[in-house]
Design a protein around this ligand. Structure first.
Ligand code: CA2
Length: 245
């Protein structure tokens, strides 16, 4: 149990306390105890020992007290780095531990008109196409040991749906919301619901352009903003994401 120091059962389910990014789940040894606690505290009808395939959803959250034993159940905060991990007790006793580690992708979302990149206004946005930018991001992510999910949409609602999806499915969000950056309170609201790192990216530097680009509803909800560095800004955003997840 290298990275798990305690398992508690609370109102919101089973929570892991004190974990590090290098989360490793090896529950085989402790599963009988967890089952018993689970049955006792949740009033689950089945007796401990009969749950041959008890699935444990780990809504892991970071305890700011760094491991102080917590008697009280706290609301689980989804951890950005990894997908939900399930551990199942085997029917036959086995000396082998099962370790499950699944890293979530970094979402890279692009807003309206960025599909035109490289075809118009190269003096502002450069000559790279969005496909080029995606390839650069793929290479950078691979070098950093990350995976990415790179998308573009011209539709505000779709962008908001993707941001909501990122809540559970992404380790971090890199967002160039293009024109919606300066107009969308709805996008801002969706971003505020995320607990993963949000990195705002712009190819150009909106602060040096027309005054209507000086407000950023994305920046107000973002962990960090990178602007004016062209496609290189996406690579820097990935480096930043790698350091934050
Ligand atoms: O600099 C950026 O990345 C922007 O997000 C780009 C947006 C602009 O509204 C933001 O203020 C800053 C515009 C994206 C449109 O991209 C085009 C690319 C080529 C041709 C026409 C538009």
């Amino acid at each position: 149990m290298d990275d798990l120091d305690a398992i508690t059962v609370g109102e919101h389910g089973l929570c892991v306390e004190r974990f590090r990014n290098d989360l490793q789940i090896a529950l085989d040894r402790d599963l009988a105890r967890v089952e018993a606690e689970f049955c006792q505290q949740t009033g689950h009808g089945r007796a401990a020992g009969n749950l041959a395939g008890l699935a444990i959803e780990l809504n892991a959250y970071h305890d700011p007290r760094d491991g102080a034993a917590s008697e009280k159940a706290q609301p689980p905060r989804p951890h950005g780095g990894f997908h939900t991990v399930c551990a199942r007790r085997r029917r036959q006793a086995s000396p082998k531990k099962r370790t499950v580690r699944v890293r979530k992708p970094v979402y890279i979302l692009n807003g309206p008109n960025l599909n035109l990149l490289g075809r118009r206004e190269p003096h502002i946005y450069g000559t790279q196409t969005l496909k080029n930018v995606e390839s650069m991001c793929e290479a950078k992510a691979a070098a950093l040991g990350l995976t990415i999910d790179f998308r573009q949409t011209n539709h505000e609602g779709e962008l908001i749906d993707w941001v909501q999806e990122a809540m559970d499915s992404a380790a971090a969000l890199i967002l160039n919301a293009a024109g919606y950056t300066h107009t969308s309170v709805a996008l801002h609201d969706a971003l505020k619901a995320l607990s993963i790192p949000i990195i705002e990216v712009h190819l150009s530097d909106p602060a040096q352009r027309e005054s209507f680009r000086h407000i950023s509803f994305v920046g107000m909800a973002a962990t960090q903003s990178i602007a004016g560095l062209g496609a290189r800004g996406y690579e820097l955003a990935l480096e930043s994401a790698a350091s934050l997840v």
